[in-house]
Ligand binder design. Structure first.
Ligand code: PLP
Length: 397
């Protein structure tokens, strides 16, 4: 067997091994508290499901234009205008099979062999692999708890070389929950515009943001940065629609056209029925989203409070998304019942085996001193999970 080099370079997901094991344990009836989830635990709101049922009944079950239906692209244009102060025409919008697909299309459409892509770490685990598939190389900028998991303009400047093509920004961030304010984006904009570097702004967690903060879209900060930025968003996280696979991108027509061509020869249009559901989500009442965010905020406060009582683990309060990125560096080199904690992967494995708590090792996000806990789970689960973790830590020597 000889697998293409392009694919054999990709890492198999570190997170998959732990979550597969957690799933298997649950299947055996073991009571696992799962903090691994990368999706809301809520059901898709009823009015969205009804729109999909109607689409099926009315026979809206055929191919649509590759880049999505006109009505959905118009609704997305409206959303961009109202929520983000972005003026994209429907020709500047592409609907894909999830935001992940839009990001993939953008990276593959923009990057040539040998190009460099600047990626702040901790990063969403698919970015580096997509960059490698495109034949480009990720150039990582490290951030940590002390700087709020945010890059400085100086770091960005230093990472730029003649080969730099693209920069990836993810705010609110998965896994850290960091949110870039407008004042932090302005100097980043200066650098990108001056050097002509493109940017993918992954804004999938835009709506999941706390304490009345305002989300700022990089592309809204002027005409020049607008032309360089591909703004990516979707319905997965905001409307509890991960399984429907609808994401979208806004950007300069030339780039969107290239992404459209790529999509036309790979997946064609995203599911027609899901497009109707996404249309209902965007045009419908936004109350369900607000309710979900309020619930996430409650859980965030609760899990922070519980975690604060464990002094071996420290954590910044997430400003957005639904993950807590906990610093576990003090546990490295210690052991639990004879098992040595060497890195975040071994810690996650021991935690699952010994206490039936699943979390994602930070190594998957380029940050081995951390574990990611998703609080897209009930308060009861959070309470029980943190109780188990506390007992676990007490036995570490
Ligand atoms: C979930 C997620 C996505 C992808 O969402 P889709 O389900 O593909 O729309 C993209 N970026 C980040 C950071 C995510 O966490």
């Amino acid at each position: 067997m000889s697998i293409a080099k392009r694919i054999s370079l990709i890492e198999t997901s570190l997170t998959l091994a732990i979550s597969a094991q957690a799933k298997a344990m649950k299947g055996q009836g073991i009571n696992v508290i799962d903090f691994g989830a990368g999706e809301p635990d809520f059901d898709t709101p009823a009015y969205i499901k009804e729109a999909a049922e109607k689409a099926i009944e009315e026979g809206f079950t055929k191919y649509t234009p590759v880049s999505g239906t006109r009505e959905l692209k118009e609704a997305i244009a409206e959303k961009f205008k109202n929520d983000n102060h972005l003026n994209y025409s429907p020709e500047e919008i592409l609907v894909s099979c999830g935001a992940k697909h839009s990001i993939y299309n953008a990276i593959v459409s923009l990057c040539d062999e040998g190009d460099e892509v600047i990626l702040p770490s901790p990063y969403w685990l698919s970015y580096p692999e997509m960059i490698k598939i495109a034949g480009a190389s990720p150039v990582i900028i490290e951030t940590d708890q002390e700087n709020g998991f945010k890059i400085t303009p100086e770091q960005l400047k230093r990472a730029i070389t003649p080969k730099t093509k693209l920069f990836i920004l993810n705010s609110p961030s998965n896994p850290t929950g960091a949110v870039y304010g407008k004042e932090e984006l302005l100097p980043i904009r200066e650098i990108l515009v001056k050097t002509g570097i493109y940017c993918i702004s992954d804004e999938i967690y835009e709506k999941i943001i706390y304490n009345g903060q305002k989300h700022t879209s990089l592309a809204s900060l002027g005409q020049e940065i607008n032309k360089l930025t591909i703004t990516v968003n979707g319905v997965s996280k905001s409307y509890a629609m991960t399984g429907w696979r609808i994401g979208y991108a806004g950007g300069a027509e030339e780039i969107i056209q290239a992404m459209d061509t790529l999509q036309s020869h790979s997946t064609s249009n995203p599911a027609s029925i899901s497009q109707k559901a996404a249309l209902a989500a965007l045009k419908g009442p936004q109350k369900e989203t607000e309710k979900m965010v309020a619930e996430f905020a409650r859980r965030r406060d609760f899990i922070m409070e519980k975690l604060d009582s464990i002094k071996q683990i420290s954590c910044l309060k997430p400003r957005g998304a639904f993950y807590l990125f906990a610093n576990i560096s003090k546990l490295k080199g210690k052991s639990f019942r004879g098992k040595i904690i060497t890195d975040s992967v071994s810690l996650a494995a021991i935690l699952l085996a010994e206490t039936r708590v699943a979390a994602v090792p930070g190594k998957a996000f380029g940050a081995d001193n951390y574990l990611r806990f998703s609080y897209a789970t009930s308060l009861d689960n959070i309470e029980e999970g943190l109780k188990r973790i506390k007992q676990f830590i007490e036995q570490i020597i």
